[in-house]
Design a protein around this ligand. Structure first.
Ligand SMILES: Cc1cc2nc3c(=O)[nH]c(=O)nc-3n(C[C@H](O)[C@H](O)[C@H](O)COP(=O)(O)O)c2cc1C
Length: 193
């Protein structure tokens, strides 16, 4: 059976981002579970703030099309989503909004979000572990974009102290939960028709 292709990204560009750490760790788990993993940074897809007039006048930015193609080249997508003001980062929401507008070759709307499975996680400074960011992201993906999102999710509280020197999660239960989530995403993505 061919390896399941999984895409991993974080909703932060910050140097030393905890969500980039979480994304890297998730990528390691996907690889250990024998998926074919691609990890990207949204810094490679710089996008202006979404403006419907801009899209109408100038067309979609090539980076939006490239990001959409990157997503559609994979069967599973893991997003590590920081929590900003009880929601997702503007970076991540803006990227999703642009990608949601890309339709190629007569595709249906929200093409990037169909025919694949998403899994989400958050590492946040607060004790809530970015749970509110995950609720917001689940709403955007499921209700906004019609995506299938795994019920399992990973939530890392007090993220500044959550990782050891090797960028592994110190909490063994969280580390195990991430492993299970990775296996679940691979299983479900691999079972898609
Ligand atoms: C504008 C802003 C809003 C934030 N709001 C929250 C919040 O609602 N809850 C929380 O736990 N942390 C909040 N934080 C702290 C982030 O969780 C923390 O900076 C985290 O490390 C950001 O993710 P990153 O490390 O991947 O960049 C906020 C940070 C910023 C800059």
């Amino acid at each position: 059976m061919p390896f399941v292709k999984i895409l991993v990204m974080a909703g932060s560009l910050r140097a030393g981002s905890n969500n980039a750490r979480l994304a890297a760790l998730a990528a390691k788990e996907f690889a250990l579970a024998e998926a074919e993993v691609t990890r990207i940074s949204l810094s490679d897809y710089p996008l202006p703030l979404f403006d419907a007039d801009l899209a109408a006048d100038s067309g979609l930015p090539p980076q939006a099309v490239q990001l959409k193609r990157m997503i559609t080249a994979h069967r599973g997508v893991f997003i590590a989503s920081p929590e900003y003001s009880a929601s997702v980062t503007p970076l991540l929401k803006n990227a999703i909004d642009w990608v949601s507008r890309v339709r190629e070759h007569g595709e249906p709307t929200y093409a990037a979000f169909k025919d694949r499975v998403f899994a989400i996680g958050s590492a946040a400074a607060g004790s809530g572990g970015g749970l509110r960011s995950l609720i917001a992201l689940r709403q955007i993906l499921e209700l906004g974009c019609g995506a299938l999102v795994l019920p399992e999710q990973i939530s890392v509280p007090r993220a500044d102290q959550a990782f050891d020197d090797m960028d592994n999660l110190k909490d063994e239960n969280l580390a195990a939960a991430l492993r299970v989530l990775a296996q679940r995403l691979i299983a479900l993505a691999g079972a898609l028709p």
